[in-house]
Write a protein that binds this ligand. Structure first.
Ligand code: C2O
Ligand code: CU
Ligand code: CU
Length: 527
C-alpha cells in the first residue's frame, strides 16, 4: 500500500474540516477529522460503529476502530484487492445497514436492507475490494430509514487506488494536499442551527432540499491547495439535490475556471474531457483535474439550472411498514402530515449554491500537460443480439414515483437475470416527471445512448448518441431527465465465484432518497 499517497488524500480532505471557518455558528458534524487521523485503510478496520451524537438535531456518525485507535468520520482507503473484515455495531435507535455503493459484492455483503441490523445489534462484514480504482461510498440502506440516516451524516467515502490511478497522480505532479475526496451534501440551516430531518408531503414527492452545502460535513469549507494540478474526487451525497458543478475564480470577478473530467462512478475514463460544467446527481461521483496555477481562490458552485420538476400535486402518504416501531433520530417527526417547508431554510433544486473553496498558495512550476490516455477503459459496446429489458419510471398522483407502476416490496423479485449475462436495459422516464438518478447495486454499466433529452442536459451532450460527458465512463448511477429514454449495457459477470454462489438479490432504485424510501425501488435476482 502506498501510505504516503493515502495520507495525502487524508490530509487534504481533513484540511477541509480542520481549516473551515464556518460562515455561521452552526455546529455541524464533520465527515472528516483532524489531520493525520481521518484516513482509515479498509484492511485495518476491526469495528465500524454507527452512532448518534446529537439526539436533538438527529446527527449521527461512523467511527472506525482500528484496534485501539478510533477514527470518527473516517475516509476509507483501499488498494484494489484489499479486504474489509470488521464488525458493524449499530448503536442507533433504528435498524441500519452498511451498503458500499458501487462495489461488486454478494447479497450478504451488499447491505441492501434484506437483513438490517437491529438497534444494539452487531454483524460481521467481510469482503474483498474488486472494483477499479475510483471514489465509492458507504451509507445506510434500511428500507424506510435510508433518507433520514444519510441526511443525519451517515455517508462515508471509500477511495480505491490501483497502479493506473497512481500513475495518473505522478503524471499530474500532484503535491500532497492537492488530491481531495469530498462528499457534498445539503442541509437546512436557519438562525444558526442545523435543522433536523422533517420532510413534508411536498418534500417526499420532490425530495429534501436544504439551503446550505456541506463538504465532508463542514459548511463554508475551504481547502488549502498548492499551485499546479488539483485532483478532486467528488460525491453528490445530497438526499435529492442535483448539482451542476462549476468553478469560479474569486480573484478575477468570478470568471469560470475550466476543468477536465478524468473519471466517473467506476473509475477513470479512457481520456480526459475538457469541460466548464458537469451534472452530478445524488449518488454519482466525478473525478476532475483543475489547474489552479496563477489563481488565489477558486469557488466550487452548483450553477443555477432548470431542474424540470414537472410532477405536481398528489398527497403522498408514504407507507414505511417498519417506521412506526422505531423512534426518529431527532426530536421531531419524519414525513409528518403537519410538516411544512420554511422559506428561510429552503433553496429549491436547481438554485445556485456555494459548495466549497480552494485557497491556492505558492507559485509552483507550470502544471505538466495532462496525459492523453488515462486508462485502458474500452468504448461502451452493445452486446450483440440482446433484446432490451424495458423499464418505465412512472408518476402516480396517489403513490408518487414508481418503477413499472409497482411500489417496492422487500419480498418481491421483479425479474431474474443469468449469471454472466450481458443485457441492454432500456429505461424510459415519463414526461410528467423529474430527473431520477437511477442506481444499480452490485454491477456497473455503460451508457449506450440517450433519446429525447430536453432541458439543461441537452446542450451538454457531446456525442452523437446524446450522451453527456459522464456517460462515457463506468457508471452505477445515472440520471434520467423527464421524457428521456436511456439504453444501458449491463454486464452481470460476478467476480469471485465462491463468494457469490447461489441466488443473489440486488436492487435497482432511484437515488433521490425520498423517492427510494417512497418505494421507487425494485429487487431483482442473479441466478
Ligand atoms: Cu447508494 Cu441502493 O444505494
Ligand atoms: Cu448502491
Ligand atoms: Cu427519483
Amino acid at each position: 500500500m502506498n501510505r504516503r499517497r493515502f495520507l495525502g488524500v487524508g490530509a487534504a480532505a481533513a484540511g477541509v474540516a480542520a481549516c473551515s471557518p464556518l460562515s455561521s455558528s452552526v455546529a455541524v458534524t464533520p465527515l472528516a477529522v483532524p489531520p493525520g487521523a481521518s484516513v482509515a485503510p479498509v484492511s485495518a478496520i476491526r469495528r465500524l460503529i454507527v452512532e448518534r451524537v446529537d439526539p436533538v438535531a438527529g446527527r449521527c456518525r461512523y467511527v472506525a476502530d482500528l484496534g485501539g485507535q478510533q477514527i470518527a468520520h473516517p475516509i476509507l482507503v483501499a488498494r484494489r484487492g484489499d479486504r474489509f473484515d470488521a464488525i458493524v455495531e449499530n448503536r442507533l435507535p433504528q435498524p441500519t445497514t452498511v451498503h458500499f455503493h458501487g462495489l461488486a459484492l454478494a447479497e450478504a455483503q451488499d447491505g441492501a436492507g434484506f437483513d438490517a441490523i437491529a438497534p444494539g445489534a452487531s454483524k460481521a462484514l467481510r469482503f474483498e475490494v474488486k472494483n477499479r480504482a475510483g471514489l465509492y461510498w458507504f451509507h445506510p440502506h434500511p428500507h424506510g430509514f435510508t433518507a433520514e440516516q444519510v441526511h443525519a451524516g451517515l455517508a462515508g467515502l471509500l477511495v480505491v487506488t490501483d497502479a493506473e490511478d497512481e500513475a495518473l497522480d505522478a503524471a499530474l505532479g500532484l503535491v500532497p494536499g492537492n488530491r481531495l475526496a469530498l462528499a457534498v451534501a445539503d442541509a437546512r440551516v436557519a438562525s444558526g442551527a442545523l435543522r433536523p430531518y422533517t420532510p413534508s408531503e411536498e418534500d417526499c414527492l420532490h425530495g429534501w432540499f436544504g439551503n446550505r452545502a456541506l463538504a465532508n460535513g463542514a459548511i463554508g469549507a475551504q481547502a488549502p491547495v498548492s499551485s499546479g494540478w488539483v485532483r478532486l474526487q467528488l460525491l453528490n451525497a445530497c438526499n435529492a439535490r442535483g448539482l451542476l458543478l462549476g468553478f469560479r475564480d474569486n480573484g478575477s470577478d468570478g470568471a469560470g475556471v475550466p476543468f477536465h473530467l478524468l473519471g466517473t462512478d467506476g473509475g477513470l475514463l479512457a481520456a480526459p474531457i475538457p469541460l466548464e460544467q458537469v451534472f452530478l446527481y445524488s449518488g454519482e461521483r466525478v473525478d476532475i483535474a483543475i489547474d489552479v496555477s496563477g489563481r488565489r481562490e477558486i469557488a466550487a458552485v452548483s450553477l443555477a439550472f432548470d431542474p424540470r420538476h414537472q410532477a405536481r400535486g398528489g398527497r403522498l402518504a408514504h407507507r414505511h411498514p417498519a417506521r412506526g416501531n422505531f423512534p426518529t433520530l431527532s426530536t421531531e417527526t419524519v414525513c409528518g402530515a403537519g410538516a411544512a417547508r420554511d422559506a428561510a431554510d429552503f433553496l429549491p433544486d436547481g438554485g445556485e449554491l456555494a459548495l466549497f473553496r480552494l485557497r491556492v498558495s505558492g507559485i509552483g512550476k507550470p502544471a505538466p500537460a495532462l496525459p492523453a490516455r488515462l486508462s485502458s477503459l474500452p468504448e461502451a459496446a452493445e452486446p450483440a443480439g440482446a433484446t432490451p429489458r424495458r423499464m418505465r419510471l412512472d408518476f402516480d398522483e396517489r403513490l408518487g414515483f414508481l418503477i413499472d407502476q409497482t411500489p417496492y416490496r422487500l419480498d418481491e423479485i421483479a425479474f431474474s437475470v443469468g449469471r454472466g449475462a450481458r443485457e441492454v436495459w432500456e429505461i424510459r422516464n415519463s414526461p410528467i416527471s423529474m430527473p431520477h438518478p437511477m442506481h444499480l447495486h452490485g454491477f456497473s454499466f455503460r451508457v449506450l445512448r440517450r433519446q429525447a433529452t430536453f432541458g439543461p442536459a441537452r446542450r451538454l451532450a457531446i456525442h452523437g448518441s446524446g450522451r453527456l460527458p459522464t456517460d462515457l465512463g463506468v457508471k452505477d448511477t445515472v440520471v434520467l431527465w423527464p421524457n428521456e429514454t436511456l439504453w444501458l449495457a449491463v454486464d452481470f459477470t460476478l467476480p469471485g465465484e465462491t463468494a457469490f454462489s447461489g441466488r443473489q438479490r440486488y436492487m435497482f432504485h432511484c437515488h433521490n432518497l425520498e423517492h427510494e424510501d417512497g418505494m421507487m425501488m425494485r429487487n431483482f435476482a442473479v441466478l
